[in-house]
Each structure stands twice: as structure tokens, then as C-alpha cells.
Design a protein around this ligand. Structure first.
Ligand SMILES: [Zn+2]
Length: 306
């Protein structure tokens, strides 16, 4: 009798354990089949996309409006781009005139839930000096993500935006931003001393995208094309660039794929300099991360000044 009871009890327990195990299995299966909803983030260009990804990680789905290989300063918004915004939860753009189409895009999207994040809000903006540029493109130099100090502000603004759009994961976004900001700061600090120790401070790039980087490290840029990559230099401007390179003993001309690379080569040949690539992160830089691309920029500029 007792034996029978024990056998029955064991069978019962086994069945219960199996049921529990199956139940657990089912729950896991359901979780795999229905993952937590990611927030949809539309970004304007490559650097914004990466900042959103490092902050949002697996909790965001990110699309970029300006396709890789398109010069962002020449970009014109299409109906397809507006559709991306009408489906998004968050739109992250850098601002300061980098995306003159942003306001129109936000309005046309007609998306009540869309949260627009202007990542550069609160940065110490650099003012343009050329009158024609100001007339055509506005008061500010937009390239603030290329300054490691300003990039920290952009990442924080993005974290605040994602936290607002998705409050239950706010701590996650803030922690990721904090970790990444620490890396940006470390890279800045690593190079601040190195640049302070070199005598030469002048370098030449494809377009004038590095004013914020220059401010961070006490450097001066000159460029084949202007702040907004508006066209190739005139013969007179080219002659002035040659004089500049000779005067400042410029040994490397930094070139960009999307901005008059041939003119950069001609200039380099003229002054006996090497041509090297520089990363603006306006478009994907061959899959390099922002931190790697930025470190490469700093190391190459530093070496060119030694
Ligand atoms: Zn640019």
C-alpha cells in the first residue's frame, strides 16, 4: 500500500516537474517569437547613426536618411525619406545647418508621436566667417561631431531623447551614454598633451570640416573646399593654398573621397606633400567605428605635424 502511494507520488512529482519544464520552455519560445518592440529611430547621416547605436544598442532600429556615398551638404530630401520619418518614433539630426531640410521633413512627416532630437543643442557653436556662406548656409559651422568635446554633448542629448521616447529603458540609455562619453573624453585627453608638444599647428583637408577638432587641440585648418564643400577652388584660391602649404611646411594633404580628391592630389604634387585619407564620418568610413576613425584622424594629423 505504502509502496503504491510512493510510486504514485513520484509519478505525480515527475509529471509536475515536466509540466513546469514545458511551461518554462513555452515561455521562452514565446519570448523568442515576440521580441520586445524596438524603438524606430531615423537619423540624418552616418555619425548620428553610430551615436544612436552606441546608446540604444539592441533596443533601437536605426535607419539613416542620407545614403552612404552621398555628400550630405548636397543632399535633397525625397518623398521616400519623409516616409521614413512618418514611421519613426525618434528623429535624430545634428543641427547647426547640417540638415537644412530637417524642419520641413519633420512637418511633412505628419507624425504626432515623432520625437525630434537636435543633437547639437547646447554645444558652443563656431560661427562662419565668409559672408556668402552665411547667406547660403546660415550662421554656424555644423561639423560639431568632429570635436570630441562637442560629440560628448551630442551623445548625451541622444540618450536624453531615447530615454524620453522609451522611459522604461531610460537607465540603459543613460548608462551606455556615460560609458561612451568616458571613451570620447579619454581619447581627447590622450591627444591634448601630444598636440600641445608639437610646434607646427597647420594642416590641409578636403573641406573645412575640422574647426571643432582644431579648437579642441589648438590647431588651424585650411582646405581645398569650404565649410559646406561648395565647389572646387579657383586658380587664385589654388595659388593661395600652395603658398599656405609652403609657408607652413605642410607635408600631408588630407583628402576625402567625396570632396575633390583629384584637386587634393594636384595640390600635394605641387608642394611635394603626401596624400592621406581623413574621416569626416559624414558617410560611412569603410565600416570604421567613430572612435577608430577619430583616433586615426588625430594620429595622422599629429604625425603630419612632427
Ligand atoms: Zn561637411
Amino acid at each position: 500500500m505504502l509502496k503504491k502511494w510512493i510510486t504514485a507520488a513520484i509519478l505525480g512529482i515527475t509529471a509536475a516537474v515536466m509540466l513546469t519544464a514545458c511551461g518554462g520552455g513555452n515561455q521562452q519560445g514565446e519570448q523568442t517569437a515576440q521580441p520586445a518592440t524596438k524603438i524606430k529611430v531615423a537619423t540624418s547621416f552616418n555619425a548620428m547613426k553610430e551615436f544612436v547605436q552606441v546608446v540604444g544598442k539592441d533596443k533601437v532600429d536605426v535607419v539613416t536618411i542620407i545614403p552612404d556615398g552621398t555628400e550630405p551638404h548636397d543632399f535633397e530630401l525625397t518623398t521616400k525619406d519623409m516616409k521614413a520619418l512618418s514611421n519613426a518614433d525618434v528623429f535624430v539630426y545634428s543641427g547647426l545647418g547640417m540638415e537644412p531640410w530637417a524642419d520641413q521633413a519633420i512637418q511633412s512627416a505628419n507624425n504626432k508621436k515623432l520625437l525630434a532630437v537636435e543633437a547639437s543643442k547646447g554645444v558652443k557653436a563656431i560661427t562662419n566667417t565668409d559672408e556668402d556662406e552665411i547667406k547660403e548656409h546660415g550662421q554656424y559651422d555644423p561639423h560639431c561631431w568632429l570635436g570630441l568635446n562637442e560629440a560628448q554633448i551630442e551623445v548625451q542629448n541622444i540618450a536624453d531623447g531615447l530615454a524620453k521616447a522609451d522611459p522604461k529603458n531610460a537607465d540603459f540609455y543613460q548608462k551606455n551614454a556615460k560609458d561612451y562619453i568616458a571613451q570620447l573624453k579619454a581619447l581627447h585627453d590622450q591627444y591634448a598633451g601630444k598636440f600641445a608638444r608639437v610646434q607646427k599647428k597647420h594642416f590641409v583637408t578636403g573641406h573645412a570640416a575640422f574647426a571643432y577638432l582644431c579648437r579642441d587641440f589648438g590647431l588651424t585648418q585650411n582646405s581645398v573646399e569650404d565649410v559646406f564643400a561648395d565647389g572646387e577652388p579657383s586658380p587664385k584660391q589654388m595659388a593661395a593654398l600652395i603658398t599656405y602649404c609652403k609657408k607652413h611646411d605642410v607635408k600631408v594633404i588630407f583628402a576625402e573621397d567625396m570632396v575633390s580628391p583629384k584637386i587634393s592630389q594636384t595640390l600635394a604634387a605641387e608642394v611635394g606633400a603626401q596624400v592621406k585619407q581623413i574621416n569626416t564620418m559624414e558617410s560611412s568610413e569603410g565600416g570604421k567605428t567613430y572612435l577608430n576613425a577619430m583616433k586615426e584622424n588625430l594620429e595622422e594629423i599629429l604625425q603630419s605635424l612632427q
